[in-house]
Design a protein around this ligand. Structure first.
Ligand SMILES: Cc1cc2nc3c(=O)[nH]c(=O)nc-3n(C[C@H](O)[C@H](O)[C@H](O)COP(=O)(O)OP(=O)(O)OC[C@H]3O[C@@H](n4cnc5c(N)ncnc54)[C@H](O)[C@@H]3O)c2cc1C
Length: 404
């Protein structure tokens, strides 16, 4: 029996890992030359975009453990997230969990008891509506904490993001250590994708990059063959498939699957400046960018849900982003000889980074739409917004399902 895993993003890697380490014969097919999908390193080693995990991402952190990569993910700001407000020039350290706000020095801007209660109410199964509506009575807290949380967790602005979707995140953030923040210290290539592929190779899995699936032939509720761009694979009676594709590809192969159909971009700017020092992670308010990731060998900023920015070019974006970076760097006294003029900058636009997490029914495709085919992918895990955690959970669930 061969299990064909299609798509080497986080969901496909997690499924292939779960299957191969149980002794199954796995072939992992990936359309592009490299693995990682929406969490990948580009050929020159640059991350496509900054990816952070939090303590409650237990499946993702467990996966890092399983592939021997956990030690590369560091907690850059254990004392609280440094947040600089570019609009009024204020700076503070913010605890990411309300439990940390007992310490007055770790409270976000604009926090009030009423605001905290309104936020916590979103964790309860009340009516699904936009977060801006639910927080309308608490604009300062919305701006100072909820907006950045929403854009980080849902990649959708509060004006259109769903309270039910945010509630899924808030319920997880309550556990001790749940809000600890982790980033890859060197990059997604060496700290995630390469260790995963190495473990797969050791477990005997075959990896086939540059192998795009074009179509799936289906008869009587079973997949009978897979058409790749360069070959047809006939499926034997015992062969199985895990389809770990983004929604637009999965629904092209299997029309009619319930799937998200509106997506939000993420734009990342990578500056060729090497400040040295430690890995740091800074938040920005009232700014174009939301996050600054400082690694010894480079500086990156993230513009989530940046519909307008996804249409702008580097000449427009880089000077604005660099001015914001410098303001935060000065506010928190980061070491290094930071130049006034923007260093060379590379812009990476992921136009369909995640689904737009709006109010309304959450698409819940069947885990096993065909007798010998299971689905994986961040969008197939309705319990969480589309994240690495959702992708890993879905991949592991698909592996369990296909072996049943
Ligand atoms: C810039 C950016 C920043 C993000 N930040 C975070 C973050 O901080 N924290 C977090 O948890 N999540 C973050 N995310 C979301 C996270 O990256 C995704 O949720 C996750 O990577 C999705 O994994 P997946 O395997 O479900 O899908 P994908 O990564 O889309 O994987 C699908 C794979 O299938 C391949 N493929 C497509 N079509 C075919 C075909 N026909 N045949 C064969 N292969 C095919 C693709 O090339 C890809 O490798 C971010 C996403 C982006 C883009």
């Amino acid at each position: 029996m061969t299990i064909h895993v299609i798509g080497a993003g986080m969901a496909g890697l997690a499924a292939a890992h779960a299957l191969a380490t149980q002794g199954q014969a796995v072939t992992l097919h990936e359309a592009t030359p490299g693995a990682g999908g929406r969490a990948r390193a580009l050929p020159d080693g640059t991350d496509n975009g900054t990816h952070a995990l939090i303590g409650c991402n237990t499946a993702a952190l467990g996966f890092l453990d399983a592939i021997g990569a956990r030690q590369y993910w560091v907690q850059p700001e254990p004392g609280g997230l440094p947040v600089h407000d570019c609009a009024d020039g204020s700076s503070r350290l913010v605890a990411l969990s309300p439990a940390g706000w007992w310490n007055g020095a770790r409270r976000p801007a604009g926090v009030s008891w009423g605001g905290v209660l309104a936020m916590m109410a979103m964790a309860l199964p009340f009516k699904d509506r936009t977060i801006a509506e639910a927080m309308a009575a608490h604009p300062a807290f919305l701006r100072g904490f909820v907006d950045p949380l929403v854009i980080a967790a849902l990649n959708t602005p509060s004006a259109e993001a769903s309270t039910r979707r945010l509630g899924q995140v808030l319920r997880k953030l309550g556990a001790p250590g749940a809000a600890r923040l982790f980033v890859a210290s060197r990059g997604l290539g060496p700290d995630l994708v390469e260790p995963a592929l190495a473990v797969l190779a050791t477990a005997g899995a075959e990896y086939s990059p540059g192998s795009r699936l074009r179509a799936i032939q289906v008869r009587e509720g079973r997949a009978t063959s897979l058409t790749f761009q360069d070959q047809d694979v006939m499926l034997g009676a015992a062969d199985r498939v895990v389809l770990a594709l983004p929604p637009w590809e999965a629904t092209r192969m299997l029309p009619g699957l319930p799937a998200p159909d509106a997506f939000a971009p993420i734009v990342n700017l990578h500056f060729a400046f090497q400040p040295g020092g430690e890995v740091r992670f800074l938040g920005l308010l009232g700014a174009l960018c939301q996050w600054v990731l400082v690694r010894p060998e480079g500086v990156a900023v993230t513009v989530s849900a940046g519909d307008a920015e996804a249409e702008q070019d580097v000449e427009e974006l880089a000077p604005r982003a660099w001015a914001e970076i410098l303001a935060a760097v000065r506010a928190f006294h980061l070491p290094g000889d930071w130049p006034l003029a923007p260093p060379p900058c590379r812009v990476i636009k992921e136009r369909r980074a995640t689904p737009r997490q709006r109010p309304g029914p959450i698409p819940a495709p069947p885990r096993r739409p065909l007798a010998n085919l299971a689905l994986a992918g961040d969008w197939t895990w309705p319990d969480l917004p589309a994240t690495i955690e959702a992708a890993i959970c879905s991949g592991q669930a698909a592996a369990r399902e296909i072996l049943r």
